[in-house]
Design a protein around this ligand. Structure first.
Ligand code: FES
Length: 128
């Protein structure tokens, strides 16, 4: 994804009333696009938690077991921006999703996060 496309997505998210600013940081601009492969050092993904990296959420619900999801909330399209020890949280209307499978723990979202493939490559987690 180019910075231009990323900026457009962030602008659209902000105009839509979201606070997806964490998705709009300059960190990893080249590899955080929706659908693009994302590579993160496994050591950066907290056990029993996770992180949001651009358009992707990576979790590690159990040591060494990495999961990945699209960061786009299925409710109204905001970017989830927080991963706690209990859930992935959407800032817009408070939906919460399970770390292990992205399923809905708390609405208003009626569907879970879109699952992406997370594999371990050396010391990194690669989301495809
Ligand atoms: S957009 Fe996520 S809860 Fe509404």
């Amino acid at each position: 994804m180019t910075t231009t496309r990323r900026s457009a997505i962030c602008l659209a998210a902000c105009l839509g009333g979201t606070s997806a600013l964490s998705s709009c940081s300059s960190e990893d601009d080249a590899d955080t696009g929706e659908g693009a492969a994302v590579r993160v050092p496994a050591s950066e993904v907290p056990q029993g938690g996770g992180l949001v990296r651009g358009q992707v959420v990576i979790t590690q619900p159990v040591a060494g077991d990495f999961k990945a999801f699209a960061a786009r909330c299925p409710h109204q399209g905001c970017a989830v921006d927080q991963v706690t020890t209990e859930s992935i949280v959407c800032p817009c209307h408070g939906s919460q999703f399970a770390l292990a499978d992205g399923s809905v723990l708390q609405g208003p979202a009626a569907e879970g996060l879109t699952v992406r493939t997370a594999t371990v490559d050396g010391t990194d987690v690669v989301v495809s």
